[in-house]
Design a protein around this ligand. Structure first.
Ligand code: PRP
Length: 180
């Protein structure tokens, strides 16, 4: 897999240090509150598993899975939940965790659903990567690991055609691999 990577954008060690910092901040901010971490499948799970081990306050864990649907070749920008949280979120403080904030459609839509449909009292968001140059919806994450440039990144949960999620670092995929 390493041979498909043009360059490493965020090394394993930097990810580890930053995730620990985020976990410490989250632990301070949620002191005395009962937080439910909701992770977005699939990409968010690698980040999630490291992040929650840096969170020192009591927490609950749940999952959701959102997908875009469109005309097949381009996304229509419509995002729907295809896996719902399993526990009641009514009145709860939710921290929504995902790997990357790109156009912003997923985070905006899922945050709104967790509030409006599932009754969360508060939804804050935590992403490992923020690709601000791609933003189409006015959404900001409360906790951000790294701002990244507009390049195709894989690894640490992020995929191309469902591959590369298990790379321990964030890398830029060689363009010829996704050009067609
Ligand atoms: C990716 C990523 C985010 C979303 C961000 O998920 O994991 O959830 O896209 O994009 P947006 O800001 O433009 O909405 P993807 O649909 O690739 O699913 P996956 O996590 O299962 O790979």
């Amino acid at each position: 897999m390493d041979q498909d990577i043009d360059r490493v954008l965020v090394h394993e060690r930097r990810i580890r240090d930053r995730v620990a910092e985020l976990g410490a901040r989250i632990s301070r901010d949620y002191e005395g509150k009962d937080v439910t971490v909701v992770a977005l499948l699939k990409g968010g799970v690698v980040f999630l598993s490291d992040l929650i081990r840096s969170i020192s306050v009591p927490m609950h864990l749940d999952f959701a899975w959102a997908s875009s649907y469109g005309d097949g070749t381009t996304s229509s920008g419509n995002v729907a939940l295809r896996v719902m949280p399993d526990t009641s979120l009514r009145g709860r403080h939710v921290l929504l965790v995902d790997d990357i904030l790109d156009t912003g459609r997923t985070l905006a839509r899922v945050s709104a659903e967790l509030r409006d449909r599932f009754g969360a009292a508060e939804v804050k968001t935590c992403v490992l990567l923020d690709k601000a140059a791609r933003r189409e919806v006015d959404v900001r994450a409360d906790y951000v690991g790294f701002e990244v440039e507009n390049v195709f990144v894989v690894g640490y949960g992020l995929d191309f055609a469902d591959r590369y999620r298990n790379l321990p670092y964030i890398g830029v995929l060689k363009p010829h691999l996704y050009a067609n």
